[in-house]
Write a protein that binds this ligand. Structure first.
Ligand SMILES: [Zn+2]
Length: 372
């Protein structure tokens, strides 16, 4: 077996654990179902009787960070949902196993540990930080406050650098400040509706990264994956015969940052954001490590989508991704059907439900034909 196979073969893991993990991660019932399942296991994932709005406010007061900033971060991270702790446990070589926890996406990987840092700062156990929403929000606020240091910035704009450091890249801060500027509103799976009013911030536009001419696709920003996270090849029209669709269970910046990390050992060719933005991370001719099956990696193009399996896919995501698939279909003579444009979960030997039941295949293929 070649090294890429072993790195991208989740089927090598015991099937029981995978099935449960992937069910929690990509359940057709969505996050609400996952939360209930987690609760049945004895964990309290979102405390009854408390509001997320109140939890953001308490954490903001306790750690002297702006409430609006915490809300914007939580919205970018998970659209204000509290994923079950199992949702993104770190799994070596698993596209979706990023080791991030909760609304504040506290991290536990072999190389980063803001979960442990949050435990030290708050006194909450790691278990509570992973599974209790209020603790998780407090933990994220504590880590952010710690990054900002003793002298807290008086204005929202002054937090930009700390937010970039928290998320691991500047793109994250750009996403968060974009949400602050525009505001956000959503009804989450607990039934609570949250509103973040637009804030007066000097939000830098998400900078395009077309320099270097790396992207094959003209509409994509070139955000290259770390060179050790994919296989250099010279694939042509006869080799590439399919497109594999993924849902990230994470944000646009978080997904790109994951592919750019030198220890992630995973990548996809493209990442499509919820606003329709597209990044290319691996050249079409190279082999990205996304399918969990070498034979499929070798012959496919992987498209990752920011978002969560339990949440509605945005119109912008559908349109932008379909336009990309139409381009790939033309470029590689890939037929527009379910045989050749398929979900990660349909790859043989891979126990995942990615991209989840919320993905409307009929609509997607219709759009791909439209743009082709
Ligand atoms: Zn996937």
């Amino acid at each position: 077996m070649c090294v890429e196979c072993s790195r991208t073969a989740p089927e090598a893991r015991p099937h029981n654990s995978i099935d449960r993990r992937d069910f929690l991660r990509l359940s057709g019932t969505g996050l609400a179902g996952a939360v209930l399942l987690g609760g049945a296991g004895g964990r309290v994932l979102a405390q009854a009787g408390t509001s997320l709005k109140g939890e953001f406010a308490s954490a903001a007061t306790e750690y002297s960070v702006p409430k609006e900033l915490l809300m914007a971060m939580g919205y970018v991270n998970t659209l204000w949902e509290m994923p079950p702790p199992e949702a993104t446990d770190y799994q070596p070589g698993d596209l979706h196993g990023r080791g991030t926890y909760g609304i504040m996406q506290l991290v536990r990987t072999p190389w980063e540990d803001t979960l442990g840092k949050a435990a030290g700062l708050t006194g909450f156990s790691e278990e509570r930080l992973k599974s209790e929403r209020a603790a998780n929000v407090g933990g994220g606020a504590a880590v952010l406050a710690d990054i900002a240091g003793e002298e807290k910035p008086p204005e929202l704009d002054g937090w930009y650098e700390a937010v970039a450091e928290y998320g691991g890249n500047d793109l994250y801060a750009q996403e968060v400040f974009g949400v602050l500027e525009d505001g956000a509103s959503a009804t989450i799976s607990t039934g609570e509706t949250l509103n973040l009013a637009p804030q007066e911030v000097d939000a830098p536009q998400i900078l395009t990264s077309r320099s270097g001419g790396g992207a094959d696709y003209g509409r994509a920003d070139w955000r290259p994956a770390y060179r050790g996270n994919y296989t250099n090849r010279n694939r042509g029209v006869t080799t590439v015969d399919s497109i594999i669709i993924h849902i990230a269970q994470g944000s646009y910046s978080g997904t790109i940052g994951w592919f750019q990390h030198r220890r992630a050992n995973v990548s996809a060719h493209y990442v499509v954001g919820r606003t329709g933005r597209v990044a290319q991370c691996v050249r079409n001719e190279d082999v990205a490590w996304h399918a969990g099956n070498w034979k499929y990696n070798r012959r496919s193009i992987g498209i990752e989508h920011a978002g969560y399996a339990g949440r509605r896919w945005t119109d912008s995501t559908y349109r932008s991704s379909a336009r990309l698939s139409a381009y790939l279909s033309r470029r590689f003579n890939i037929p527009v059907d379910r045989q050749h444009i398929r979900g990660h979960g349909s790859v043989p030997g891979v126990a995942t439900r990615c991209p989840g039941r919320r993905f409307n295949w009929e609509r997607y293929l219709r759009l791909v034909r439209h743009y082709k």
